[in-house]
Design a protein around this ligand. Structure first.
Ligand SMILES: NC(=O)c1ccc[n+]([C@@H]2O[C@H](COP(=O)([O-])OP(=O)(O)OC[C@H]3O[C@@H](n4cnc5c(N)ncnc54)[C@H](OP(=O)(O)O)[C@@H]3O)[C@@H](O)[C@H]2O)c1
Length: 211
């Protein structure tokens, strides 16, 4: 699959590009195409372009930009029409010594869906720290995927599975993205308070399986 990583020059974007490139054709997107090419140069098989160039012809895009930069999706609306768009964006603030969700209501993923109304939106990769993704072998991690339709969930799940050791879990419709995005500030607080180093999620199951 050809995947555009929007924000691919950042910490998360570079790590995502590195892992996704194992089984996908990846194009790193940046506001500055030269910066994108520099970032791409160190990952075999990866290309770099500006955001429009990266989105052109992509079958999927992963957004790894800061929440306040979300509006840069607007010019990509046509290029990403009908495409899978995975939002890893977590709106967060640091207040009173702790990280917390920054939005009073809704979620970044739902806002992105509003900016890209013809795209197929899902959450994904929200709470894998870049440092865990950047390793040669990623430790087993669960990735919560919220999406409004089964085909969109499945497409996002397939992208998640293209990175070895990642397990997609269905988190429900996009209205659940708020809960997904809230896990990241919790993990950051846990890592600091318990001096664990970066934390990601792996859920354990027990008892009878039922729907
Ligand atoms: N860091 C993590 O471990 C992690 C894990 C999961 C999810 N996330 C999410 O991924 C997103 C990016 O986090 P990050 O830590 O990778 O941030 P970062 O290192 O600061 O990178 C963000 C990238 O976004 C691009 N960008 C576009 N518009 C921007 C603007 N107005 N201001 C700043 N950067 C802008 C920049 O690329 P160009 O300048 O080249 O366009 C930059 O390289 C956040 O929403 C975060 O919640 C991060």
């Amino acid at each position: 699959m050809k995947v555009a990583v929007i924000g691919g020059t950042g910490k998360m974007g570079r790590a995502l590009a590195k892992q996704l490139s194992r089984n996908n054709r990846v194009v790193i997107g940046s506001r500055d195409p030269a910066r994108a090419r520099d970032a791409a140069q160190v990952i075999p098989g990866v290309e770099g372009a500006d955001y429009a160039g990266a989105s052109d012809g992509a079958e999927a895009a992963v957004f790894a930009i800061p929440y306040p930069a979300l509006m840069l999706a607007v010019p990509l609306r046509k290029a990403l029409s009908g495409k899978l768009v995975v939002s890893a964006v977590n709106p967060m603030r640091f207040k009173g010594g702790f990280f917390e969700p920054a939005l009073e209501e809704g979620s970044a993923a739902e806002e992105l869906a509003g900016l890209l109304p013809e795209s197929r939106l899902a959450t994904g990769f929200n709470h894998i720290p870049w440092s865990i993704l950047d390793a040669e072998e990623v430790v087993p991690v669960d990735v919560l995927v919220a999406a409004d339709s089964e085909p969109t969930f499945e497409a996002a799940a397939e992208l998640v599975r293209s990175i070895p050791n990642l397990r997609p879990l269905n988190a429900g419709p996009l209205s659940q993205a708020r809960g997904v995005e809230a896990i990241t500030p919790l993990l950051l607080n846990l890592a600091r308070l318990n001096v664990t180093g970066s934390l990601a999620t792996k859920f354990v199951s027990g008892g009878a399986r039922r729907r």
